[in-house]
Design a protein around this ligand. Structure first.
Ligand SMILES: [Zn+2]
Length: 181
């Protein structure tokens, strides 16, 4: 078994310039320290959902951060500051983004749940208090039917918000007091 890292027979190692050693088995490539199979957030360990590079690009405040080439995932953990992490070890927090992220503040009245049609927990609560019912899911469905959705560039999670809206409507409903049947 030959080992390129083993000392030569005379007891000395051989050296080469870094460029010349690019294919050397001893060179540590970034891909080896951060394998493309990195599926969990490097900070909180929660499994991330893969997200299109276009979403990360659209969300990033490019005056602050430059996007590295690579494959990105979305960390949905509320307690974790990381929003995106790449397979090369780079992480982006909410401070690097143009939008505040629903998953990081699911109860904040003014953070969008639906980024395309701009619904928030606050607007959902106002409608429930005013009319006793929520039309948000129907409104969003109509918007989707009409082809007005662009979740991949508007929503930090890069996918449709309907599941989050359904959860939020239920949660807001629960938080209110039923005053009349
Ligand atoms: Zn995380």
């Amino acid at each position: 078994m030959s080992d390129c890292c083993a000392p030569n027979a005379n007891g000395t190692k051989s050296y080469a310039l870094p460029n010349a050693a690019a294919d050397d088995c001893c060179a540590v490539a970034p891909a080896q320290t951060h394998p493309t199979s990195q599926t969990t957030c490097p900070v909180c360990g929660v499994k991330g959902k893969s997200v299109d590079t276009q979403t990360v690009k659209a969300m990033l405040d490019v005056s602050l951060r430059t996007l590295q080439a690579g494959v990105y995932r979305f960390c949905r953990a509320e307690s974790c500051q990381v929003v995106y992490f790449g397979d090369r070890g780079d992480v982006y927090t909410e401070d690097d983004l143009r939008e505040r992220v629903h998953q990081k503040h699911p109860n904040a009245a003014d953070v969008f749940v639906c980024y395309c049609f701009r619904h928030t927990p606050g607007s959902i609560q106002r409608e429930l208090l005013f009319s006793g019912t929520s039309t948000v899911v129907a409104q969003v469905n109509d918007g989707i039917q009409a082809g007005q959705c662009a979740c991949e560039i508007r929503n930090p999670q890069g996918s449709c918000c309907l599941g989050n809206i359904t959860t939020t409507v239920k949660r807001v409903q629960k938080s209110l007091v039923l005053v009349a049947a």
